[in-house]
Design a protein around this ligand. Structure first.
Ligand code: FRU
Length: 480
């Protein structure tokens, strides 16, 4: 076993050392920035700093030197970056607008947390802490992860930030990124089983109507165990966020809180600001606080999800959030193999032995017959659909390296049929499987650490028949 055996081929990981939450996701001047919680000195959580990578397309990343580094009395916790084009902060130099990082200063000794600023005038290469930090201090040890965006109707900045132990998201407004006024609080609501962290708020439209999405990460007790990410749909009027109850709005039919991802390894997901195409793209940390310190890698620890585009859709009369890999996935694609019209009857069908390798995309359309369960087996992992449960599932209980007692589990997501079919799309990398079901309304993200190097891909049906109308396998060569 080499130290790099579980190094992702096309998901971002730091060359060395620990990584957790994505931070400061913003597009600026031709580059997507990915900052991240990083320990520059080791493979465990500590000395929290902002690591940094840039990409022209969200799939090919170049790691740069860490952007904002911990000091003895300030750890640099999660936060966001805005580009202050209007120079509201007065931090521009000549005609160069400032990129402004809004992050949580955490005192490693006292635990005190407050919101602070840092600025860059060279496309994020070097950063200077603001000399009057912090800019928002409520004397709390539990106040973190500011996400800031420009709210055009009121021409001001809005900050969404968590009171973690209280299960509350607070909203603040500012004209200059320096002086903040409290607007309102939201919560507790939905899943409050663990600390609330890394909130995000953004609008999406459907049929000309705007719906706001509030994303909140929950540190323990999430759907697949340990940490996970939930979302609420509702209204934001520049002051407060209100969940829209389906019972009170027959027209829109907004659902209460649900999970953004039903796997165990999707946390602290936040969205990009200023995307050139206006799409809402999120990246999550592909890990779980329950066992993040125990994953079997050596030089590095932790990686990001594949970036995903989010849309609203109506499924069975209900408004839901859908996710799909960003279209730039296209540029990674290698060889493709198509299969059509396979009929399985209570058995296993091994796909012809092409050299698929370990990094691939699989896109399959199943038409259920009489089988109770059907799906795909690869890399000691089973991804399938259970008819009686009406759910998509991922089973990583067998043949995996023993990471932690909580790791071996089956994770499932509710998914209905679309025109009598089940569409399953997988992104498989060296140590992860991301499952997108239906039109992307059911998503499961799980790390995998298969014991064997077997590359077999099998289709299976249990107790009856299933037709595979279409199946495409595409290799995804490394971007490293
Ligand atoms: C979420 C989190 C944040 C915090 C950061 C520290 O994973 O706990 O709330 O800012 O990680 O690394």
């Amino acid at each position: 076993m080499t130290a790099e055996r579980f190094r992702p081929g096309y998901h971002f990981s730091a060359r060395r050392n620990w990584l957790n939450d994505p931070n400061g996701l913003v597009w600026y001047d031709g580059e997507y920035h990915l900052f991240y919680q990083h320990n520059p000195y080791g493979t465990d959580w500590g000395h929290m700093s902002w690591g940094h990578a840039v990409s022209p397309d969200l799939v090919h990343w170049t790691e740069l030197t860490p952007a904002i580094v911990a000091t003895d009395d300030e750890h640099v916790f999660s936060g966001s970056v805005v580009v202050d084009h209007r120079n509201t902060s007065g931090l521009a130099i000549d005609d160069r607008p400032a990129m402004v990082a809004v992050y949580t200063s955490a005192d490693p000794v006292t635990g005190w947390q407050a919101q602070s600023l840092a600025a860059s005038h060279d496309r994020g290469r070097t950063w200077h802490r603001y000399d009057r930090n912090p800019v928002l201090d409520i004397g709390s040890a539990d106040f973190r992860d500011p996400k800031v965006f420009w709210y055009e109707p009121d021409r001001c900045w809005v900050m969404v930030v968590a009171l973690a132990a209280g299960h509350i998201v607070q909203f603040y407004a500012s004209d200059d990124l320096v002086n903040w006024r409290h607007l309102s609080d939201f919560g507790p609501a939905g899943a409050s089983s663990g600390l609330w962290e890394c909130p995000d708020l953004f609008p999406l439209t459907i049929d000309g109507q705007t719906v706001w999405v509030l994303v909140v990460s929950v540190a323990t007790g999430a759907v697949a165990g340990g940490s996970g990410t939930q979302y609420f749909l509702g209204h934001f009027d520049g002051k407060s966020f209100v969940v829209q109850d389906p019972g009170h709005d027959g027209e829109v039919g907004i659902a209460p809180a649900t999970w953004l991802d039903f796997g165990a390894d999707y946390y602290a997901a936040v969205s990009y600001g200023d995307t050139p195409d206006g799409e809402r793209v999120l990246i999550g940390w592909m890990n779980n606080w329950g066992y993040a310190a125990a994953t079997p890698t050596e030089a590095f620890r932790g990686s990001m999800s594949f970036p995903r585009v989010h849309r609203l859709a109506r499924v069975a009369g209900r408004l839901v959030l859908t996710q799909q890999p960003v279209p730039a996935l296209e540029s990674l694609r290698g060889d493709s193999f198509e299969y059509g019209d396979l009929e399985l009857n209570d058995g296993v069908h091994e796909l012809p032995n092409h050299k698929y390798g370990e990094q691939l995309e699989l896109h399959a359309t199943f038409r259920p017959g009489t089988a109770e369960r059907f799906g795909i087996r690869l890399r000691e992992t089973e991804v399938g659909y259970d008819i009686a449960e009406g759910s998509l599932y991922l089973d990583r209980t067998k043949g995996q390296v023993g990471v932690h007692p909580d790791f071996a589990a089956v994770h499932s997501a509710p998914l209905g049929l679309h025109d009598g079919t089940v569409v399953i799309r997988l992104l498989v990398d060296m140590a992860s499987v991301e499952v997108f079901g239906g039109i992307g309304e059911a998503v499961i993200t799980d790390q995998i650490f298969p014991q064997s190097g077997n590359h077999r891909i099998e289709l299976f049906a249990e107790h009856g028949t299933v037709a595979i109308e279409q199946l495409r396998l595409t290799t995804l060569p490394s971007t490293l």
